[in-house]
Design a protein around this ligand. Structure first.
Ligand code: ZN
Length: 216
């Protein structure tokens, strides 16, 4: 989306691209502008927007280059863009799970490769516990206290989801241990399985909505 403001020097209409997904919490948002500032010297024309997320109350700065006509977003927050498999439905069901997963993937991009698997392990636990709490609200407090392995064995009746949950958990647990059991399966495999897990959860959410729809 574009934020319409005035050029700080020429006072002409300026459309600055701003994200509609918060880089911190991944919610769909309309960021509010807290502050505008600029730098003009010689041929350099830069503008800065402090943007604020109404959902998680975090703020960040976008930097725009106005030197060449159309404003260019040169360095936003360098945060990881939400991968498409982290859908807004999943964000709603598991805000902490999706935030943790985004941070884990961001860590890989930033070179902190030792933290990625641990982050994914935490994300999987939140995603599955939140999804089953959403699916079975009466069991929610029990589900949240269970070990992840017990939750998988007790609650996941869908065979595909069971396979993906089991495989991602095994690989992710391995990332947290001193001695690895699955040396042939690397982080990229874990990421691929996690993607499959998210796609299946999205499918399960759609299925619940469709059942709800037909029953009303
Ligand atoms: Zn936010």
């Amino acid at each position: 989306m574009n934020l319409i403001t005035k050029h700080p020097l020429y006072k002409t209409r300026l459309a600055l691209p701003v994200p509609n997904i918060c880089p911190f919490c991944n919610h769909d948002i309309v960021p509010s502008v807290q502050n505008e500032s600029h730098y003009f010297q010689d041929n350099v024309a830069l503008m800065y927007l402090s943007l604020f997320c109404p959902a998680c109350k975090n703020a960040w700065v976008n930097k725009y280059d106005l030197s060449w006509g159309e404003p260019q977003l040169v360095s936003a927050n360098k945060r990881f863009k939400r991968p498409e498999e982290i859908t807004s439905n999943i964000v709603k069901v598991s805000p902490v799970g999706t935030e943790t997963l985004t941070q884990a993937l961001q860590a890989e991009q930033d070179g902190y490769d030792q933290l990625v698997g641990i982050g994914i392990r935490k994300a999987i636990e939140f995603l599955l516990k939140d999804f089953y709490s959403f699916k079975l609200p009466d069991d929610s407090s029990k589900i949240k206290r269970m070990y992840l392995g017990d939750l998988i064995n007790t609650y996941i009746t869908d065979k595909d989801l069971y396979t993906l949950a089991k495989a991602t958990t095994w690989l992710a647990n391995d990332e947290t241990h001193y001695v690895r059991k699955h040396t042939d399966k690397d982080l990229q495999t874990l990421k691929r399985f996690t993607k499959g897990l998210l796609k299946n959860i999205e499918y399960q959410i759609a299925l619940l909505d469709a059942r709800d729809f037909l029953n009303h």
